[in-house]
Design a protein around this ligand. Sequence first.
Ligand code: PLP
Length: 436
Amino acid sequence: MSTTPSPTQSRSIDPLGVEVPSLVPTHWYNLAADLPEPTPPHLHPGTKEPLTPDDLAPLFPMALIAQEVSTERYIEIPQTIRELYALWRPAPLVRALRLERALGTGARIYYKYEGGSPAGSHKPNTAVAQAYYNKLEGTTKLTTETGAGQWGASLSFAGALLGLEVEVWQVRASYDSKPYRKAQMEVYGGVCHPSPSDLTEAGRAMLAKDPNTTGSLGMAISEAVEVAAQDPNAHYALGSVLNHVMLHQSVIGQEAMQQLAEAGDAVPDIIFGCAGGGSNLAGLTFPFLGRNLREGTKTRLVACEPAACPSLTQGEYRYDFGDVAGLTPLLKMHTLGKDFVPPSIHAGGLRYHGMSPMVSHAVNLGLMDAIAIEQDAAFEAGLLFARSEGIIPAPESTHAVAGAIAHARQAADGEVIVLGLSGNGVLDLPAYAQYV
Ligand SMILES: *Cc1c(COP(=O)(O)O)cnc(C)c1O
């Protein structure tokens, strides 16, 4: 261990006076205000009644609990968070002219690139918000799970800048195969354990059942929730799935909407996003979906999930737990079942048995489509993208790239396609090495 001091817990969270570019949104957009029917509420696992704020208080700060159930269309972004966003926002929206030429398509393809954030993905958009509200309410430590490690790294980054300890349980398969992510967390002062671990009751039970398990996000969530629930100074943070995470990610789509308007393509025909828990997809598409619902525009929205973990295209739409031990609330979502252990695909961030209740609801209402993409097709698209546009997409993001490319190959001239490039793949090169 190094002797570098960890972030002081008295670190102020007042704004510093940073000049924030005007394209960085001042408010988060909440799709709940525009949905034709409300998203089914989360239920208490014991009583099966809708959750009350008190049920969630051991895990989350009140501000986030309020956002979880809010139906306000716009929620103001605190200036301290906008200043943090200004480190990497506005995120670029780029016309993929070289990809268009490589495909020989007459369609106009844009990508919204979230890989320029300090952690390399869209996840810091919610990490800094969650750390901020926790800090504001006196939490000193956050626990969380991580799959491939992007969320653990993002929360560790946010914890460092806002002065919170961060303890992470990482799915064993990724902990072993992606050691750089753990190092990234540690650089930011975070602590990372493989999951299941012998540090928690839930982890010990899972190890007793199968000592060689590769782990799953559902198992890691159980461990992180258990630790937070037992420590009065600690809270839990979730990187996707929950409504408040979809809310924070809305900065992506709001910016994209303005950038497209400036480019002369205000109403795209179709948008592709990859979907693990649903947050980058929701962040990019919900502002457009809200506009479809309010103004009758007809932008089509497509979730791209891995064929190996197909919750939207193969799962059931029902109440299920977010974790294996059954410690979380019951969420109405497309699910493969909480005990589903997905194959160890490279896109670790898409290995989750469930799906955001808001995304599930939108798909169920027919407001959004879903397709499943095979891993080989995803990497082939990732290589083509890297070789034409220069950016190596995260393995997760290649699913959106593959969806968009397949569509572009048969699109009409002038059709406007947007794809969400949720992260870069520079820490995932061993996965690419198998495809070059
Ligand atoms: C975590 C992650 C995902 C999957 O999470 P969502 O909540 O579905 O967005 C996708 N892309 C990248 C780069 C990720 O890190």
